[in-house]
Ligand binder design. Structure first.
Ligand code: ASP
Length: 310
């Protein structure tokens, strides 16, 4: 049986290295470590991969450093709409919410949808919020998700829109997301993703993160994937499922399949993109095409985190 492992990302929308102080970077690294510790504690006591994914992501949703939960990007109206999904690889159960405005930890709600047998699998908007409230999940005002630095990012993006300089905007101003993939001691895979989407998105815009097969996928026969980057491209490429399909039907390794999507299929699409992936043997990969990606992994050998290429 392969050894348990957890791999996470906090989005490929990293602050440009030139603008990242040592203290700020240390803060991101500490945040990643907290998430990994929470998820690894589940795997280390023999817990299920899905529970580890939830534990790791819930920590990042509550952390203002990341674009998910508290700290989410602002939409064009100055509010927040949250997307999340989860999938487990044994029974292919999944859960998803889109455009939630009041669920404190969307990852906990999508996990409950998956556990109940995935019918409904996906809930959107007010319906998702009502279901979560009815089922006893922690609810908050929309303002709970606001942070000053994301408000500043909205101001910047709106100014660029007016000036016609959107294409020069750094990835950090635009987006982010958090995600986790895990293999447990019983050999089962799971993947989850949670996001506030991208800054200045239209109200009602839904990205790849809640779309099973685009931003999230898990199948014990192949791999578990969580993606970050411009969701519209991932939906059009069925990115996460495509990696599974390349492995299952094309015989590709995890690294080849994931690398082909991030460094090949998206070439020429000007899409900032990254993902974390793990296969049934415990091999893992964390490709991205941006300046960096908040990321890390945990196993019995310890915890490692990184932001930029080194
Ligand atoms: N994938 C997310 C979305 O499109 C954003 C991101 O990961 O940066 O909503």
């Amino acid at each position: 049986m392969p050894a348990a492992r957890l791999v996470i990302h906090g989005g490929c929308g990293v602050l440009p290295r030139a603008g990242m102080s040592a203290a700020r970077e240390a803060g991101f690294r500490a945040s990643l470590r907290c998430s990994l510790e929470a998820g690894w504690a589940v795997l280390a006591r023999g817990g299920a991969s899905m529970d580890a994914v939830v534990a790791a992501i819930a920590v990042m949703e509550d952390d203002p450093n990341f674009n998910a939960g508290h700290g989410s990007a602002f939409n064009a109206d100055g509010g927040h709409e949250l997307d999340a999904s989860i999938m487990e690889g044994m029974g292919l159960h999944a859960g998803s919410v889109a455009s939630s405005r009041r669920i404190r930890n969307p990852i906990r709600v999508v996990a409950e949808l998956a556990r109940r047998g995935s019918d409904p699998l996906m809930l959107a908007g007010e319906g998702a919020d009502r279901w979560a409230e009815r089922n006893g999940f922690a609810m908050v005002d929309n303002a709970h998700f606001a942070t000053e630095w994301r408000r500043e990012a909205l101001r910047e993006i709106k100014a660029r829109e007016t000036a016609g300089t959107m294409s020069a905007a750094p990835e950090s101003e635009k987006h982010g997301t958090v995600g986790a993939v895990a293999l447990d001691a019983a050999g089962h895979l799971a993947a989850g993703t949670s996001t506030g989407g991208y800054t200045n998105k239209l109200v009602g815009r839904v990205g790849d993160s809640p779309i099973i097969g685009a931003g999230t996928w898990a199948d014990d026969r192949t791999c578990a994937i969580s993606a970050t980057g411009k969701g519209e491209f991932f939906i059009r490429k069925a990115l996460a499922h495509e990696i599974h399909a390349r492995m299952r039907w094309g015989g590709q390794s995890l690294e080849a399949a994931a690398g082909a999507m991030i460094h090949g299929e998206l070439d020429g699409w000007a899409a900032g993109a990254g993902l974390v992936a793990i296969d049934r043997e415990g091999n893992f990969t964390l490709p991205y095409n941006t300046e960096g990606m908040y990321r890390g992994h945990a196993s019995a050998a310890g915890i490692e985190v990184a932001v930029y290429a080194d």
